[in-house]
Design a protein around this ligand. Structure first.
Ligand code: MSK
Length: 651
């Protein structure tokens, strides 16, 4: 039978804050008959299927479903497939699903970028420096050429990456040379972006690839096509079009909703619409229309990764992470929630129906019964945004009772890998040298990435923030993205003041430059920024010549989506030790799990692990970091040397 949880406990989990009694949005909403994931979790009468959870349920043909237990020799599929093969196929398909989400996002971005470059959309080229730098990666001549010429050629070449069948991806060449050699040796260099997904679907078809090692080879190639392909192209072209993020002050949590303004919430992933929404929400004509409707103005806020995108670039507040999306509506204070793709709960229209709220879908790839659909493309984004904001204004007079908690927290976000150069190296000698030096001298023990979703299955945000606090207390600088970043923001870890929670070395560095000990680097496609930051650390020198040598580790404590699996796998294949929380989708097969959790390290330098306890998770990461320091010969903290004038002159 399913476990029963107290509604109060569940509500606290959903909000990630201590929100008691009458102020608890979830509880109040429940009394009004609003059904959210909290009630759905409590009502589940069947525990999750262990075969499905551990990856040993095969349902790719009509012989089955065949459910297998590896310890029982005769427990194999009717076709003869072993538990390891089945778990590998399921893992591959998760990678393909996750990777294709980022790839499709990247494809849309490339199309929008090309239109902007040709002058055929409302968007323009904002970051010319980054345009020229990326053009060089794509072998595009930049000397004596106009911005438009370079941008058009870059757009065409980026778009071609998606349909490429051979020859390798341009961005793969950004990785350290040693890493590229590892990929070549293992035969996993992606040949094109979309090809790798198609090949996974073919190989995992009944009766095709039956060797778990060979299947994992393709999963690795596909994940790399995500991280160093689809995701990287998304991030880089978005930066060029919408601006590369720089540290920006903003506010997060439910308290950012306004009691006397028109609240418009953008949710999803692609910034094509949200960028237009930012422009329209600031339009004096629209603000006047809101005032005419009785509101004080327009309050645009974000949810999930769209929220992270506009937080990083414009300082727009974030109302909540993935798990909070229904709760945001349950405040009764939202006029319109506009969504595009990924991580959108189908229940949103039914929650919205309990209030005056309208849910609007905008992508032809993601419709929801009960939601209004207004199709948005890069060529009509502004016009559609205007229509959406007007609908929100029209709804404002219908607003009923509201319950906006007072909880909100200041954050500093916008740490692109380029910004880290400046924040540590200063305006005139931008470089990763100070970061590398501080890792070498031991003030910073290493880097820890905390990424991924929040989940209904754990106390939301608790895992992320507990890992983060443990890491920074042990002088590990934390890089974060996605809903993990929002959770850290709610907890106050994205402020320079949070340096007081850090160990003495990290604290000294953070206080010297005024940066938080946890750096918000963006949305889930922006994990490619972490790949580039790791590459910059290698390039700067002194910490090995490959990513696996850096004292670093990553985790996704509350992961839930296929995207998380793809992201985790491209980090592992890039040489990073990655720990996932609570469960892992191959544990039904020890053979396959041992391959991923042990043997993978010999092949790639990185490997997987799973751990449910956040303190133990952080300790596993710290152990990996210390192992890396030992291998580099920098495990001892170097003594501080006070420089006299002669030594300074010599410097
Ligand atoms: S939104 S994939 S819940 S991070 Fe990128 Fe958050 Fe995970 Fe969706």
């Amino acid at each position: 039978m399913g476990s029963r949880r107290s509604p109060i406990g569940a509500a606290k989990r959903c909000l990630g804050i201590d929100c008691e009694g009458s102020t608890c949005v979830a509880e109040q909403a429940e009394r009004r008959g609003v059904v959210t994931y909290i009630q759905r979790m409590n009502k589940r009468s069947i525990e999750p299927c262990l075969f499905g959870q551990g990856g040993t349920c095969c349902r790719i043909c009509s012989f089955g479903p065949c459910m297998m237990i590896e310890d029982i020799p005769e427990s194999i599929g009717i076709c003869g497939a072993t538990p390891a093969t089945v778990a590998a196929r399921n893992f591959c398909r998760m990678v393909a699903g996750g990777a294709s989400a980022h790839m499709d996002h990247g494809l849309e971005t490339a199309l929008a970028f090309l239109a902007a470059a040709r002058g055929e959309s409302d968007y323009k080229i904002k970051d010319e420096k980054k345009l020229r730098a990326l053009a060089e990666v794509f072998d595009i001549k930049t000397e004596d050429r106009s911005t438009k010429d370079i941008a058009v050629e870059l757009g065409e070449k980026a778009l071609a990456e998606f349909g490429k069948q051979e020859g390798g991806l341009y961005c793969i060449r950004r990785a350290p040379e040693k890493r590229q050699e590892v990929w070549k040796k293992n035969g996993v260099v992606p040949r094109g972006i979309q090809r790798e997904v198609v090949e996974i679907m073919h190989r995992t078809h009944m009766g095709t690839d039956q060797d778990y090692r060979n299947l994992l080879l393709q999963a690795t190639r596909c994940a790399l096509a995500d991280g160093w392909g689809g995701s990287m192209i998304s991030t880089e072209l978005q930066d060029i079009m919408f601006g590369t993020p720089v540290p920006t002050r903003a506010v997060v949590n439910l308290g950012v909703l306004s009691k006397d303004e028109v609240n418009v919430v953008v949710h999803g992933h692609e910034p094509i619409l949200s960028e237009a929404m930012v422009l329209v929400a600031e339009d004096p004509e629209m603000i006047k229309a809101a005032k005419n409707a009785g509101a004080k103005g327009i309050n645009l806020v974000g949810v999930c990764c769209t929220g992270n995108e506009i937080l990083m670039r414009h300082g727009i507040p974030v109302a909540g992470s993935f798990i909070q999306q229904e709760i945001v509506l349950a405040t009764g204070a939202v006029e319109v929630m506009v969504v595009d793709v990924q991580c959108i709960m189908q229940s949103l229209p039914s929650v919205a129906r309990c209030f005056h709220t309208e849910v609007i879908t905008t992508s032809d790839r993601a419709k929801i019964p009960g939601a209004k659909h207004i199709e948005v493309h890069h060529h009509n984004a502004l016009e559609a945004a205007r229509q959406i904001v007007q609908r929100a204004i029209d709804r404002y007079p219908q607003r009923g009772e509201i319950n906006i908690p007072h909880h909100k927290m200041d954050v500093v976000a916008g740490f692109s890998h380029e910004t880290i150069n400046h924040i540590l190296g200063g305006a005139f000698r931008a470089s990763y040298r100070p970061l590398n030096d501080n890792i070498i001298n031991g003030r910073i023990r290493g880097l820890g990435a905390i990424v991924g979703c929040d989940s209904a299955r754990v106390r939301s945000g608790y895992m992320h923030t507990t890992v983060a606090k443990e890491l920074i207390a042990n002088n590990v600088l934390v890089l974060t993205t996605g809903c993990a970043a929002t959770a850290c923001g709610r907890e106050g870890l994205l402020t320079p003041e949070a340096a007081s929670l850090a160990g003495p070395g990290l604290r000294e560095v953070c206080e010297t430059v005024g940066m938080p000990p946890v750096l918000h680097m963006g949305s889930c496609v922006d994990n490619s920024r972490i790949l580039m930051a790791a590459t910059e650390v290698v390039r700067e020198g002194g910490l090995g010549d490959d990513i696996y040598q850096i004292p670093a580790a990553g985790c996704a404590p509350e992961w839930m989506s296929e995207k998380a699996i793809s992201i985790g796998h491209y980090f592992v294949a890039s040489g990073v030790f990655v720990v996932f929380g609570r469960t892992f989708p191959t544990t039904g097969s020890k053979v396959l799990t041992d391959f991923l959790f042990k043997e993978f390290e010999d092949l790639y330098g990185g490997m997987w692990a799973v751990e449910s306890d956040p303190i133990k998770m952080a300790q596993l990461m710290i152990q990996r970091i210390e192992k890396g320091r030992e291998a580099l010969g920098i495990q001892e903290k170097k003594k501080r040397v006070l420089f006299d004038m002669a030594m300074r002159r010599e410097l």
